[in-house]
Write a protein that binds this ligand. Structure first.
Ligand code: HEC
Length: 115
């Protein structure tokens, strides 16, 4: 019984891992298509303005949540209000956001301590 519970719990965890990991190649293609680098920098860690955030290496789930929050806008709970990024996030589907997040997360950057 205990083993069955563990197997079920492990199964649920690994399914989450699959759902959270986006398609890196598609994420790269989308980032190119929408020209995200024009503000965030070609390597996504040297933005064109110091007030613009670095994205390279950031946790994927954080990036995905941030994009979804810009899409929701500032009028709802947990939304983000930013004129530039609201426009950028509008055309992105949930899968697009997950794919872009996976791509950006995989880039070398100063934000994540790698073990
Ligand atoms: C015209 C400039 C511009 C473009 C193009 C742009 N961004 Fe941004 N981005 C910004 C600015 C400015 C902010 C900070 C907004 C704020 O203060 O909330 C930001 C914030 C973000 C954040 C939040 C980061 C954090 O640490 O919370 C993410 C994620 C992001 N952008 C991803 C993207 C993606 C993906 C694209 C392409 C689809 C993109 N951006 C295109 C200017 C831009």
């Amino acid at each position: 019984m205990k083993n069955t519970m563990l197997a079920l719990a492990f199964g649920a965890l690994s399914m989450n891992a699959v759902a959270a990991s986006g398609d890196v190649a598609n994420g790269e293609a989308l980032a190119k298509k929408y020209n995200c680098a024009s503000c965030h920098g070609a390597d996504y860690k040297t933005p064109i303005d110091p007030t613009y955030p670095k994205l390279a290496g950031q946790h994927a789930d954080y990036l995905k949540h941030a994009l979804a929050a810009y899409k929701r806008g500032g009028k709802v709970i947990n939304g983000r209000n930013n004129a530039i990024m609201a426009g950028m996030a509008q055309p992105l589907s949930d899968k697009d956001m997950a794919d872009i997040a996976a791509y950006l997360h995989g880039l070398p950057g100063p934000l994540v301590v790698r073990r």
